[in-house]
Design a protein around this ligand. Structure first.
Ligand SMILES: *Cc1c(COP(=O)(O)O)cnc(C)c1O
Length: 560
């Protein structure tokens, strides 16, 4: 139980409130006086309707002629012989734009998704207008330099040497992680370029049981035998990779001459914001590789969600110039200390499209040493479209994709350089303070228990029990975790989950649009190392518009 501090009644200090108010006004108001692009009539109509913040189920009925528009959309199946008037085409697009998920609604906290900032929308629009293709210098022109700028900026921020580091904007965090695996494979098993993975060299891929599903789907895509050639390392109670298990598994592999091309870590898991340590993994991998004279694993960090914490690497936590609440500051400091270790990764994933407030898609895989990128190069004769002497200057032969759009790059540049480090610090701290506020209030709410409260991230995962039956939710969760091996234990878990699920559905969407997840935490490992997922509810606080009042409204209805 947390003690009641003078600040526990409020989600922020007055000084901080003025910072976030300024950021909201300057960067999230879709104000056409500040950003003239929003004065375009179609955009203005969309912004106007979305500003109503109606609950998701009421939006269609509230849209002028919405039912008819919807019906027409469902019937639409042929391209007109002769083009329709612009007004008609726009009417349809405005309808769809207006009724797409409203991330700028203060209640939108469903997942690691954000509303993009005004600057990034304007920046991305410039990228769309110019339409460079990052695949190749000649098709990119100056945009290629902009990509290098953002890569250098992020390299400097994280502590990579910008002269040695490189990076590419790619199709989402999933692809960034795909690159992460591929770097390791091509460096440790160069023959795989032509012979695939099963040419005789024994290998195992390593990731963690807490990893995002892309950590697994990518392996399948690469043709890795997931059940026999992938080791998913156990988790600690806080959902971090278990370093002891990792050491055991690595040792077992290396002793048999089995290569581990890539170790995939996660800094900021999607649901519980567990942040793996990198430095001890780096040291462990180096020590064991040397001991067994075997190729060093490539360490990729999936920091798709967590990366923006590097904006705080040089924050003065003692002076706390932004007046972040003490309790939030403490958790932030702990996480930021972990992120100091990101620079020990060989590559990492940056999703600007999540906590970076940039429109989709905008993801960057950062690479510590460009030699990793060169290890992906295919034979030049494959690239007959392109002039030989220009090929070597770009990542052309190394990228997974061919065409690479630049809207995400332009958006990222705009956001990074308009908000600056401080703007990001304010946005991130705002989310973390909201998350802490909900955690603090849930701790005092009958029947509620927060999962992994020590992770102090933007995600709050929790379970809700029937207070009439369960007096001590913490004890109940502990029992659930220990007893999934028995019929009684499974029944008890199912009954509790049914209560939570029922109040979740019955209360509807009030205050916060939380969501239901099948895996908010997991049972303890049994003797065979097996475990089962435990379902629960989740809210993720990245939305600059969400305020304490929304959280209070939600809590007032938590038991339906
Ligand atoms: C979202 C997410 C991904 C996948 O990123 P996309 O951009 O959605 O492809 C990977 N890892 C983590 C931890 C994520 O949260």
């Amino acid at each position: 139980m947390s003690t009641v501090t003078p600040t526990s009644k409020s989600s922020q200090t007055p000084q901080f409130a003025s910072h976030i108010a300024r950021i909201r006004k300057e960067f999230f108001s879709r104000d056409s006086r500040r950003w003239p692009i929003f004065a375009d009539p179609a955009l203005a109509d969309i912004i106007h309707f979305r500003g109503s913040h109606l609950p998701p189920d009421d939006r269609l009925a509230a849209y002028p002629n919405g039912m008819t528009e919807h019906e027409e959309l469902l019937q639409d199946q042929t391209i007109p012989e002769v083009g329709r008037p612009l007004s008609e085409v726009n009417r349809r697009l405005v309808f769809v734009g207006a009724l797409s998920k409203c991330w700028e609604d203060p209640a939108s906290v469903e997942n690691v998704v954000t509303t993009p900032c005004d600057a990034a929308i304007q920046g991305a629009a410039i990228g769309i207008l110019a339409n460079p293709n990052l695949v190749y210098s000649e098709y990119a022109g100056m945009a290629e330099e902009l990509e290098r700028v953002v890569v250098r900026q992020i390299a400097n921020l994280v502590g990579y040497d910008p002269n040695v580091a490189t990076g590419v904007f790619t199709q989402g965090g999933t692809f960034c992680n795909l690159y992460g695996y591929l770097f390791g494979i091509r460096k440790a098993m160069p023959q795989s370029l032509h012979l695939g993975l099963e040419y005789g060299q024994d290998y195992r891929m390593i990731n963690s049981q807490g990893g995002h599903y892309s950590n697994t789907t990518n392996l399948s895509l690469l043709g890795v035998n997931i059940s026999k050639k992938t080791i998913r390392i156990k988790l600690t109670q806080a959902s971090n990779i278990d370093l002891k298990d990792l050491e055991d598994q690595l040792t077992a592999c290396f002793r048999l001459g089995c290569i581990v091309p890539t170790i995939m870590l996660t800094m900021g898991t999607t649901d519980t914001f567990a942040v793996d340590q990198v430095k001890p993994v780096r040291e462990l991998a180096d020590r064991l590789a040397k001991k067994f004279s075997i190729a060093q694993p490539h360490i990729h960090v999936d920091s798709a969600v967590g990366w923006p914490l590097i904006f705080f690497l040089d924050y003065d936590f003692d002076k706390n110039p932004l007046h972040i609440l003490p309790q939030t500051l403490e958790g932030l400091r702990k996480n930021v200390d972990r992120f100091r270790e990101l620079k020990y990764a060989d590559s990492f994933t940056v999703d600007f499209q999540k906590w970076g407030y940039v429109p989709y898609t905008s993801s960057l895989v950062m690479v510590k040493d460009r030699a990793s990128m060169q290890a992906l190069e295919h034979d030049p004769e494959n690239f007959s479209y392109f002039e030989k002497d220009v090929q070597g200057q770009t990542h052309l032969q190394s990228t997974i994709e061919c065409s690479r759009g630049a809207a995400g790059l332009f958006g990222a540049y705009a956001a990074l350089n308009s908000l600056g480090k401080q703007g990001y610090q304010v946005l991130i701290a705002h989310g973390l303070q909201n998350a802490d506020y909900l955690r603090r209030r849930l701790e005092k709410t009958r029947g509620a228990i927060v999962v992994a409260p020590e992770n102090c991230g933007p995600s709050v995962g929790f379970r809700v029990y029937d207070p009439a039956r369960i007096a001590d939710p913490a004890a109940e969760l502990a029992i659930e975790k220990q007893s999934t091996g028995t019929d009684d234990g499974r029944k008890r878990l199912a009954e509790n989950t049914a209560y939570h699920r029922r109040v979740f559905v019955e209360r509807g969407k009030v205050g916060l649009y939380t969501n239901w997840i099948q895996y908010v935490t997991h049972s303890d490992y049994d003797e065979q190392g097996q475990w089962v997922p435990i379902p629960g509810e989740k809210a993720v606080f990245m939305n600059p518009h969400t305020q304490q009042t929304h959280i209070d409204q939600f809590l007032a209805r938590i038991h339906g």
